[in-house]
Design a protein around this ligand. Structure first.
Ligand code: ADP
Ligand code: MG
Length: 357
């Protein structure tokens, strides 16, 4: 459970000793943090900006498997997924709180590894850890992070304000995190049937990293500000592009036309999908946990963002009655289905992504 061969039981330190140990290396970087850990509650100084608040809970056995998730990466990811929601509001993250449920399998060293990852994320995203709660858990590790961010009201991007003819953009590339999970699950099975055999994950380094240690795209939020572009709507891609397009469609009353050839997919994602007999485009549409940003801009703003190397325009918003369509490379239009992230077809039947238009 820990890279560290020594194992200190949590009872040896006690709850307060543990909290002191894991929080002592954190210091405040945000001017709005008046006081962090140590009193009954943290103190935050309000400004004239609006505050955005979000929480995400990660449960062992549901969201992660400690057989293949290093605790340091888990700590990092539990913060990054919350920062991703702040980024999707086009806001700047400022503080987090971390609630932990620890089973007695956990050592002090294991909690320290988790907090090392949380610490890296705090440094990277310039957020302050200002509090939390620590309790014992009978059912494995529970991590719940809450993040606070701020932005002037004109910057904040909701899901309900896409206009017809807006250009649809995504950042980075899609489908990799889902395939990383497939690789890790397969290696776990190999390990269970032949213990001692070391997995060779080098060939899958990118997709595995995308699963274990995703980044929130705050870099894009800053680039958009520098480019003086405020998206008309924005959402982060946690459940797959198709699912997020449906959210935007439903809340904005528009349809979309997306071009398959414009959907960014990494070469390693292609190769790994092929190996697993999965369709790369289905992984990009329905694989989860990419934590990229999906946003819409007015056509007039396109000139201002087209130089951004990690932003890809993939289609446009159309009248709701025209639906959600994928224009395939073969020149057909198919309906995009809002299937869940775990609903996959084998590669040989995956050409049929939806019913023909
Ligand atoms: P209380 O009994 O008032 O809830 P706690 O003893 O739980 O106080 O917490 C003491 C301080 O430590 C508080 O500032 C709290 O926010 C902080 N804290 C507790 N658990 C964690 C944690 N897992 N991560 C960060 N801070 C924590
Ligand atoms: Mg408490």
């Amino acid at each position: 459970m820990s890279d560290n061969p020594t194992r200190t039981n949590i009872e040896e330190l006690g709850e307060f000793g543990l909290i002191d140990k894991i929080t002592q290396s954190f210091s405040a970087q945000q001017p709005s943090t008046m006081m962090g850990v140590g009193d009954d509650a943290a103190i935050i100084q309000p400004t004239d900006e609006q505050i955005v608040v979000t929480s995400d809970m990660l449960l062992e056995g549901i969201h992660f498997d400690l057989a293949y998730v290093p605790l340091e990466h888990l700590g990092y990811k539990s913060v990054a997924v919350n920062i991703s929601d702040i980024a999707a509001m086009n806001a700047i993250p400022q503080q987090i709180t971390v609630n932990l449920g620890l089973s007695n399998r956990f050592s002090v060293e294991a909690v320290e590894a988790l907090y090392r990852g949380i610490g890296y994320a705090c440094k990277n995203y310039k957020v302050d850890l200002v509090g939390g709660d620590t309790t014992s858990s009978a059912s494995g590790l529970v991590i719940s992070v809450t993040a606070l961010g701020a932005a002037s009201s004109q910057f904040i991007t909701r899901r309900n304000s896409v206009y017809e003819n807006d250009i649809v953009c995504v950042t980075g590339d899609l489908g990799a995190a889902y395939l990383g999970l497939q690789v890790l699950a397969r290696e776990k099975q190999v390990f269970l049937s032949a213990p001692g055999q070391q997995p060779n994950l080098e060939k899958y380094d990118y997709v595995v990293r995308r699963q274990l240690r995703p980044e929130a795209r705050m870099d894009i939020v800053y680039e958009l500000r520098e480019s003086e572009v405020i998206p008309t709507a924005m959402i982060d891609i946690s459940d797959g592009l198709a699912s997020e397009l449906f959210h935007l469609s439903k809340q904005s009353n528009v349809g979309f036309r997306i071009f398959e050839e414009n959907i960014p997919i990494d070469q390693q994602t292609y190769e790994t999908a092929e190996e697993f007999r999965l369709s790369p485009i289905t992984c990009a549409l329905n694989g989860g946990e990419d934590y990229e940003l999906l946003f819409t801009i007015s056509q007039a703003d396109y000139e201002k963002i087209k130089h951004l190397s990690d932003v890809h325009s993939i289609g446009y918003a159309q009248p709701l009655k025209n639906g959600l369509q994928l224009a395939t490379k073969a020149g057909q239009f198919v309906d995009i289905q809002a299937q869940g992230w775990n609903h996959f077809k084998a590669a040989d039947e995956a050409d049929d992504i939806g019913s023909a238009d």
